[in-house]
Design a protein around this ligand. Structure first.
Ligand SMILES: [Zn+2]
Length: 488
């Protein structure tokens, strides 16, 4: 059953039916567990945390049901290195979490082993390292030597890296994580070349696909013509390249998953397992990686280095571009050179929504504050941020450093305040009904508005009590599903 069909089916069940109850209970259990975890962590780490508040990463911790909202919040906090993670728990429910990676690690490390099921979101348009997902089934490939194949693959890509962009890249720059089981060989590779990242994962994907295609081509031509076909691959023994192909249900294929370079890709993080699989990603025995980050805590260092799209600093950062083999470039990082989406988000900030009356309603609430930006999400949610307005209903006064934001839900015709402050995580003010006049206009528009929202979004956000259900498996399925649920 497809995810949206599941959601439709669940949506039809009344709240107090068996399944509904179970879902709600499970959600509540998780909520209390996260709270428990956070508070016990807080006690234990009290001194450290106080110190970090002054010196270290932001303590912000935001949980969201919608990926879109989480990514927007992380984007707002990008100067504080905010990152978006996905936590999968019980029966396939998941939550999007925005936090500084160091804070996320602290919390993740204290979870029971079997509950460590987290993924990093590689945001569309964000700089990223070269990364790979490698796999093959063991029973179809009893003689394949995964370790040797991985080494060959790393050497091939290091050679192209140097050839194309002039940056030396060695095995010691490649973090190799393993979650191989008796059934399946499975590795993640992250290339960590100092101060070098790809402009975004589209460029990474084009680069990987082009080289994979060259490898396939090189094996088609006979040995005497190989050097002219591809100068770099001709340096590798033909047998070593041939070994990179494995038997699959669809025939012989490279053991490289070329489908992991899609937008907002989810990639499992260090020490995490797929839910219920008990196969955690650990550093592979043959990894020659030399830790890049300077953290005293080695595990934290490994985790930070294993993140695909985490930028600790943009100073001196070079971004690699790959359009095709004739159009290869390296440019200095600047916000302007990033992708369309980010240019859009970062520079063309809209201070007016398509609904002037609603803007006015919000402005009246936050007076004398001004709208810094308003974002329209999924056609029916408006997210407002402000200048000169930090009043938070949770603490009954303005925050000193963190801002607040207001959400207008056009469908429910209500507005409420939420907050970027760590201490206000999960807070939502008492919703205010939009003025009659606006509701009347919205009702007139409703037919048009709803017809522009795909069924799945409509159903999932309105009928599922904040529950999002995944397909049964796996990394590949997680990638592109962005099912909205009501904002909590
Ligand atoms: Zn607050």
């Amino acid at each position: 059953m497809k995810a949206h069909q599941k959601i439709n089916a669940i949506g039809k069940l009344a709240k107090n039916t068996f399944y509904g109850k179970k879902l709600i209970e499970s959600h509540a259990q998780h909520e209390s567990r996260v709270k428990e975890l956070s508070s016990s962590l807080q006690d234990r780490e009290d001194k450290k945390i106080k110190r970090r508040r002054l010196l270290g990463p932001s303590e912000f911790w935001g949980e969201y049901w919608r990926q879109q909202e989480a990514l927007l919040v992380a984007d707002q906090g990008s100067s504080n290195s905010m990152h978006t993670f996905v936590l999968q728990y019980d029966q396939g429910y998941r939550k999007f979490i925005v936090a500084h990676p160091e804070i996320y690690w602290l919390v993740d490390e204290s979870r029971p082993k079997e509950e460590r099921c987290s993924y990093e979101v590689i945001p569309d348009g964000s700089p990223c390292h070269l990364y790979f997902d490698l796999e093959f089934t063991k029973d179809l490939n009893p003689t394949s030597d995964g370790s040797k194949m991985t080494k060959t693959l790393i050497d091939v890509f290091c050679a192209y890296f140097l050839e194309h962009w002039g940056f030396p890249c060695r095995r010691s720059d490649v973090l190799s994580l393993d979650s191989t089981t008796d059934v399946k060989f499975s590795r993640h590779l992250v290339f960590h070349v100092k101060n070098v990242m790809f402009k975004n994962n589209k460029h990474t994907g084009r680069f990987v696909k082009a080289i994979c295609s060259s490898i396939r081509q090189s094996l088609l031509v006979d040995n005497t013509k190989r050097s002219s076909a591809d100068n770099i691959l001709s340096h590798f023994p033909r047998g070593d390249l041939a070994e990179l192909f494995v038997n699959t249900m669809k025939g012989k294929q490279l053991f490289v998953d070329e489908g992991v370079y899609t937008r907002n890709r989810h990639f499992r993080i260090y020490k995490s397992t797929k839910l219920g699989k008990n196969s955690h990603l650990t550093v592979s025995d043959d990894s020659e990686y030399i830790l890049n980050s300077t953290h005293k805590n080695k595990e934290l260092g490994l985790f930070l280095d294993s993140l695909i799209s985490y930028l600790p600093s943009t100073k001196n950062l070079i971004l690699l571009e790959y359009q095709d083999k004739n159009s290869i470039d390296a440019i200095k990082y600047s916000k302007e050179c990033l992708s369309q989406r980010q240019v859009c988000v970062r520079t063309e900030k809209k201070t007016e929504s398509p609904y002037p009356e609603i803007d006015k309603f919000i402005l009246d609430i936050v007076k004398p504050g001004k709208i810094r930006e308003v974002k329209v999400m999924n056609d029916d949610i408006l997210l407002y941020t402000f200048t000169d307005h930090r009043y938070c209903a949770n603490i009954g006064r303005p925050h000193k450093s963190n801002g607040v934001y207001w959400i207008v839900d056009l469908h429910s015709q209500v507005a409420f305040q939420k907050c970027y402050d760590y201490d206000c995580t999960g807070f939502k003010s008492v919703p205010r009904k939009l003025p009659e006049k606006i509701c009347f206009e919205l009702d007139k528009e409703t037919d048009i508005l709803l017809s522009s929202i795909p069924d799945t979004q409509y159903c999932s956000s309105r009928q599922t009590d904040n529950v999002v259900i995944l397909e049964d498996d796996a990394d590949s399925e997680l990638a592109n599903i962005d099912l909205p649920a009501s904002i909590t």
